[in-house]
Design a binder for this molecule. Structure first.
Ligand code: ATP
Ligand code: MG
Length: 392
């Protein structure tokens, strides 16, 4: 088959993994293959901290594959590259053909060479000079310029071939999903929890999600929005099992029997209990929330302590020290922002107290909660919960 454009995926932290490295690489390779499956049929292999993604047929969608690869955790940079023989003439020829359009737009260029194969008879500078000389002949109107050229031609000399490419782009970074255990993320329709989910998945954690609904106070569209957010997350997290738990009864009971100042706190304590029970059934070892210190009354230090005191699993809060602007930027980067700001009500917003307690004492909240049959309410919600797969 004719030589075809290839993707080069550079691995990040995976390479620091010492003895576990092999397991991390295997997982990353299978995640990449799975994520690229819908872009066509590819062959993937790993060598020297780089994954090579080679199309097996001409109808592979390289644009889609390039975009998909950037979202896979464990990959720090992605380049589209053209393989060629490892001699300067072939390299220059490949560059001229592959990057002809770029040369047409540029006034200055340089060649930058990396030699992964140290046995190669020329050093990097010699390769750059030889290839640069040939390209200067091929494009007489474009001048070689070492400082700030319009176009940089990257050449990599690897064991089996040389590769020519333009600058690589940033990948999602982190660790391959599946290498860091499993956690259950409390996913609302807001801005924060999708970002929190993404950040924890980026540390190699396989996620499940749980969403609480309060019909008729919350609409089917609000739930649909959460499913949409989950779907957006699958591009980096892989398929997600999303649990949907009924929360109406609990909220009505709280409203009827507890002081208004504690509505949100008691509600969050129920969410934690139900999430913990769901996590245990799923083999998830932690919960994930989108809480950020001081963002709202229920996210002060005291409030967080009251919330988490009902569970024994760790509660991961990756946004704890982030400002709202940082969170918004991340949401934009990962593509959840536009969906998150759609205006559907969440079960929290429906029963928001006018004057929430910001410095609650645990014993007061416990006393207020004693008016409820906590165990039965949780058991009912768990019994009424349903789940579905959300796939990329
Ligand atoms: P978000 O933007 O993620 O909705 P928020 O700032 O609005 O967060 P809260 O509504 O107080 O904060 O919720 C705090 C966290 O509790 C959320 O980040 C999420 O993890 C969880 N949570 C809130 N509502 C729900 C829900 N309906 N279903 C599942 N989890 C929820
Ligand atoms: Mg919310």
């Amino acid at each position: 088959m004719e030589i075809q454009e290839t993707l080069l995926l550079k691995l990040g932290e995976v390479v620091l993994k010492g003895l576990n490295r092999r397991a991390f690489e295997d997982r990353l390779l299978s995640n990449v293959s799975r994520r690229l499956r819908r872009c066509g049929s590819f062959q993937t292999h790993i060598r020297q901290s780089t994954i090579y993604v080679e199309p097996l047929s001409p109808d592979c969608d390289m644009n889609a594959a390039f975009a998909a690869a950037q979202q896979v955790f464990g990959v720090v940079r992605v380049a589209r590259a053209m393989p060629c023989e490892r001699v300067p003439e072939a390299i220059a020829q490949a560059a001229a053909k592959y990057l002809g359009g770029e040369f047409a737009k540029a006034r200055t260029f340089k060649v930058e060479t990396k030699r992964a194969d140290k046995q190669y008879p020329m050093n990097s500078i010699q390769v750059s000079q030889a290839v640069g000389g040939l390209l200067a002949e091929a494009f007489p109107e474009v001048r070689a310029e070492m400082r700030n050229p319009d176009l940089t031609v990257y050449v990599e000399i690897r064991e089996k071939a040389a590769y020519v490419h333009t600058p690589s782009v940033r990948g999602a970074g982190g660790l391959p999903v599946g290498t860091g255990g499993r956690a259950l993320s409390l996913l609302s329709g807001g801005l924060d929890s999708p970002v929190a989910s993404w950040m924890i998945a980026r540390r190699g954690v396989e996620l499940e999600a749980i969403h609480f609904v309060s019909p008729p106070y919350t609409s089917p569209q609000a739930q649909e929005k959460v499913m949409q957010l989950a779907k957006l997350l699958t591009a980096s997290c892989g398929r997600l099992k999303v649990h949907v738990a009924p929360f109406t009864r609990i909220q009505e009971e709280i409203r009827k029997n507890c002081p208004e100042a504690y509505f949100t706190l008691i509600m969050r304590r129920f969410m934690m209990r139900i999430a913990e029970a769901t996590a245990k059934k799923s083999g998830a070892a932690a919960l994930v929330t989108g809480e950020s210190l001081g963002q709202v009354a229920s996210q002060t230090m005291k409030a967080l302590a009251v919330t988490e005191s009902v569970v024994s699993v760790p509660v991961l809060r990756p946004l704890i020290g982030m400002d709202k602007v940082d969170i918004i930027h991340t949401a934009q980067r990962i593509g959840t922002y536009e969906t998150s700001i759609l205006p559907y009500e969440d079960c929290c917003t429906v029963f928001t107290p006018r004057h929430p307690a910001t410095r609650p004492e645990l014993r007061d909240v416990e006393a207020a909660e004693a008016a409820l049959d906590v165990e039965t309410l949780c058991a009912e919600a768990l019994a009424g919960a349903e789940w579905q797969w959300v796939k990329p």
